[in-house]
Design a protein. Structure first.
Length: 99
């Protein structure tokens, strides 16, 4: 499984995940450099992972307690709302009864 796939599987829950967790889950170690996370985030934004869908990932949020760490998340997909295929005609008001 690619690093982009592992990152997508971590972030797809829509919750925020901090860089140390991402390093541990995606790369297998918290002691690697974090520059590669930005590249994998870019891959997800471009759809370079198993399902090929471009992910809506907002800018990272810096951790308040440890400014060297950042928080990442995927925004949940917005539902697609299509207009009706055939516009509904307004019902004509008549005085006639069906019964």
């Amino acid at each position: 499984m690619s690093q982009a796939d592992r990152l997508y599987n971590l972030l797809k829950d829509g919750r925020e995940h901090r860089t140390d967790e991402i390093l541990r889950v995606v790369y297998g170690s918290e002691h690697m450099g974090i520059a590669r996370i930005g590249a994998r985030i870019a891959d997800l934004k471009e759809g370079k992972h198993t399902n090929g869908v471009m992910c809506d990932i907002p800018d990272a949020r810096r951790d308040r307690e440890n400014p060297k760490l950042y928080w990442y998340r995927i925004n949940p997909p917005r539902p697609i709302v299509l207009p009706p295929a055939f516009p509904q005609k307004p019902e004509a008001k008549t005085n006639q009864s069906l019964f």
